[in-house]
Write a protein that binds this ligand. Structure first.
Ligand SMILES: Nc1ncnc2c1ncn2[C@@H]1O[C@H](COP(=O)(O)OP(=O)(O)OP(=O)(O)O)[C@@H](O)[C@H]1O
Ligand SMILES: [Mg+2]
Length: 300
């Protein structure tokens, strides 16, 4: 079940940057506390350390993180480069294993679950896109159903459905190779592939990071709508606090492997942590400056 989105749609008519700014201000001021229902993903005191390589110190990538993601929730994970965001995500579907603590997915400790089976029921959008270069769009989208042994006609029907869902064109794009697509189209294929086996959970690692602002806005909006319509539980990593505020129900902030804070934008704005305050001030400052520069009700 998708959680209701507080304050209605955050993006206003026309989707203009000015509207976005107003939406951020509304979000900061009015987003009320939501109580999670049941946790679909739960991290309890999780730690992960990497060998830093020859002669280098060990790297504590994730340090005593406890975090619950409720069913139907859209959680954004924000933090600087190297703060442990990707590591946190990869721990959930056992691309890597934790050294300390416990992670449960859909109530099961992931250590007791077959990692391949786990990965096939969690959609994952990779930081770099991660499409198979030698497979067509249809081949990429259908790969997990194929690995799960779906019949060919069901895979073909699912691919068509997903091509439509992520708003690509069947006739134009279905048989192209990834290098024959634009960056935005490749990201749409990445999202479609993550959704192919009808997962309840989708993990996205900076899915829209490398895109121009308009494409990024459009894809973010489209994904948010899919999240709602399909009743997904989504964890999305982003560097961009504005994107996090506009798309997510709640935001988790990482720094140096630690979870500094988590909550709705309104809750985070109460945080006494200086780094959290700095992250939150940026979109607010941008919103105020743009609000002053742009005409109030003209075409911004
Ligand atoms: N396989 C690995 N071996 C050694 N160190 C690693 C490995 N994976 C990650 N690290 C280190 O762990 C830390 C956290 O990395 P991680 O990829 O989780 O950061 P991130 O927050 O996703 O950064 P970015 O925003 O740049 O993607 C970094 O210092 C990184 O160098
Ligand atoms: Mg990363």
């Amino acid at each position: 079940m998708a959680l209701p989105r507080a304050g209605g749609r955050k993006r206003l008519a026309g989707g203009s940057r000015l509207a976005d700014c107003s939406a951020i201000a509304v979000s900061l001021a009015e987003n009320p506390r939501r109580m999670p229902t049941s946790s679909l993903i739960s991290y309890a005191h999780v730690g992960k350390t990497f060998d830093g390589g020859r002669g280098a110190n060990r790297v504590v990538a994730v340090d005593d993180v406890s975090l619950d993601v409720a069913e139907g929730e859209f959680l954004a994970v924000v933090g600087g480069s190297g703060s442990g965001k990707t590591t946190l995500l990869r721990l959930a579907n056992r691309l890597i294993d934790a050294d300390e603590g416990h992670i449960t997915v859909e109530g099961e400790d992931v250590r007791n679950v077959d990692p391949i089976g786990l990965r096939r029921r969690i959609g994952y959008v990779f930081q770099s896109g991660g499409l198979f270069p030698h497979l067509s769009v249809a081949g990429n989208i259908g790969i997990t159903p194929k690995l799960l042994g779906w019949p060919a006609d069901e895979i073909a029907a699912r691919v068509d459905e997903l091509v439509d869902l992520v708003r690509l064109d069947r006739a134009q794009h279905r048989d192209r190779l990834p290098h024959e697509l634009s960056g935005g189209q490749r990201q749409r294929v990445g999202v479609a592939r993550a959704l192919a086996a009808k997962p309840r959970i989708v993990l996205m690692d900076e899915p829209f990071g490398a895109l121009d602002p308009l494409t990024r806005d459009a894809l973010g909006d489209d994904y948010r709508e899919l999240h709602r319509r399909l009743g997904l539980t989504t964890v999305m990593i982003t560097h961009d606090m504005t994107e996090a505020m506009l798309l997510a129900d709640r935001i988790a902030i990482m720094r140096g492997g630690r979870l500094l804070a988590q909550g709705t934008p309104a809750e985070l704005s109460d945080s006494s942590d200086a780094y959290v305050g700095e992250l939150l001030r940026t979109p607010r400052r941008q919103a105020e400056r743009l609000g002053a520069l742009l005409p109030r009700d003209g075409a911004a």
